[in-house]
Design a protein around this ligand. Structure first.
Ligand SMILES: [Zn+2]
Length: 190
């Protein structure tokens, strides 16, 4: 399944000029019962790059002192602060239709894991980029999940909390962030 990025383009959101993030024109924000969600306006194929996750990169301690939400772990003792952009609103699911793609230059993109129909909310599994160290620094990252998937774990937490079968499944899809892969490599060996 190759990555496709041909249709990504820079857009404006809320009248504010975007400086670094890019988003597919078939992806947008909408209001939902949960607040705001990111969804597909048009059908997308598996492997399509859908948007870029971005934000100022700071340490756990620096981010914790700000008490902000929409913080995402992106490396050992490293998070993205909220961008206040569309990427802040991609929801968690225990059976996600997207994954994060960490590129060699450190940029992080949301990629469709499977074909996605028009009108679907986009999701990734937050545990694929969250370690126990992250949950210790940000206790709010451990929260009850009501994603509705038949395999719902009931709680979102760290990658170390996933079953070995689920870890192998995500690893086979390239869905585990590099810093997360370091934490669970020993579990994936046998
Ligand atoms: Zn769930």
């Amino acid at each position: 399944m190759g990555l496709q990025s041909g249709r990504l383009m820079r857009v404006k959101l809320g009248g504010r000029e975007r400086t670094s993030a890019i988003v597919h024109p078939g992806v947008a924000l909408r209001k939902s019962a949960k607040g705001r969600t990111v969804y597909t306006r048009t059908a997308q194929r598996a492997g399509q790059l859908l948007l870029e996750h971005y934000g100022e990169r700071v340490s756990f301690a620096a981010a914790a002192s700000l008490a902000a939400d929409h913080i995402m772990e992106v490396g050992p003792d490293l998070v993205f602060l909220p961008s206040r952009d569309i990427d802040d609103y991609v929801d968690h699911s225990c059976e996600p239709n997207c994954r994060l793609d960490y590129q060699d230059d450190g940029r992080v993109f949301l990629v469709a894991l499977r074909d996605v129909a028009a009108g679907e909310d986009l999701t990734f599994d937050y545990a694929t980029t969250t370690t126990r160290a992250g949950v210790a620094a940000f206790p709010g990252w451990r929260f009850a999940c009501r994603c509705g998937a038949t395999c719902c774990r009931g709680e979102v937490g760290a990658v170390e909390d996933l079953s070995v079968d689920r870890l192998r499944y995500y690893a086979s899809l390239g869905a585990l962030a590099p810093h997360v892969l370091q934490r669970v490599r020993s579990l994936l060996k046998d």
